[in-house]
Write a protein that binds this ligand. Sequence first.
Ligand code: ARG
Length: 466
Amino acid sequence: MSNDSNATNQSWGGRFNEPTDAFVAEFTASVQFDQRMYFHDIQGSIAHATMLAKVGVLSEQERDQIIQGLSEVRADIEAGEFEWSVALEDVHMNIEAKLTEKIGITGKKLHTGRSRNDQVATDIRLYLRDEIDFIASEITRLQQGIVGLAQREAETIMPGFTHLQTAQPVTFGHHVMAWNEMLQRDYERLMDCRKRVNIMPLGAAALAGTSYPIDRALTAELLGFERPSYNSLDSVSDRDFAIEFCSFASLLLMHLSRASEELILWASAQFDFIDLPDRFCTGSSIMPQKKNPDVPELVRGKSGRVTGHLISLLMLMKSQPLAYNKDNQEDKEPLFDVLDTVKGCLRAYADMVPALQVKASKMRNAALKGFATATDLADYLVVKGMPFRDAHEVVGKAVAYGIERGKDLSEMSLEELQQFSDTIVDDVFDVLTLEGSVNARNHIGGTAPAQVREAVKRAEQGLSTR
Ligand code: ARG
């Protein structure tokens, strides 16, 4: 990057008497981070020039020269042969200067009927739209992994928790399908956000529109936007679409963070429910026995970072009067970091989830402890005619007895159980087994293996039509 900021920027230097202070040039520039939008900046410029020629503002020859020149600039950038200059402030003016250097005076006509204000708003939307499409495909890949895991482990029984205390037996497939539901909502939120990203600000110019006979519908069509925006002041100034995206991202990472917390617990020696493949873990430089669940831990940590960026953008926007203010240049770094973070986390998760090794017998043994079938015993008594509150009391006493003797309900003899109620007879053991417990919850949304398979089918159908 060239730091030669002695020269006053040619694009607006006309009314200035002295060159920009070198520090101020660096301080106010954005090219250091907005150069990553070069592809979309050029895409927008090509559409703009095409439209200008269609309405007669540029000649066809000028249009062709501009498109040819912009294509060369893009090739230079992609070949690493483009010298970005801080004096030229941002990606837009760097590219325009280079274009003019290549094709001469016609290059200076590209900016007719537009401003950097509508240009930058357009670029961010084009850039974000492509990123959204990639992120959507990564969410789909992760969901496919989860659904596959659920199908394989539809019958695997583990303790289900509330308050992180053993509550009732659930199937592992059912547990991971809960993650899938969260991701399904995240996906839908992303698609909804995309609709509002896909509106074209170009033509709003600096703030009031332009006096040239532009055809905004044509430019929008060329760029694949749903339609042109309806108010020029709003178009150049609001970044709510980026905030909305960061809000989606915060929720997604909140969900991945919750799943991470579970993976970290399950991979501990105390739970020992799963093995994370070695390639997703690291060791300790001092404790030779350690295998640390780094990937889930980092994802959990990164969720805070993404939510921080959401708050930054909300604060950035909240006090700005209409229309464009330089504050908005600060939208890019948080947004780009959110994009990079989300893509990294999704990639790690989509690769890791199908490779999780489930320790079914460890899960089963854990479910046999902690009186996970206590509710089933209470329900059994209710079916035999006892009011639920009385049944709750009876089972509570049986549990207290079990705690004293170190025995789970299913390990007690019929005589032991009958101390608490003579309503209990030998068919009680059908409901005290783990399989009996999960199979009994056989309704839509329940944990029964049959319902897990239904949920998997439903999810696969949805994923296949995306
Ligand atoms: N670099 C600026 C941004 O990121 C582009 C728009 C600047 N417009 C202006 N009139 N200073 O927002």
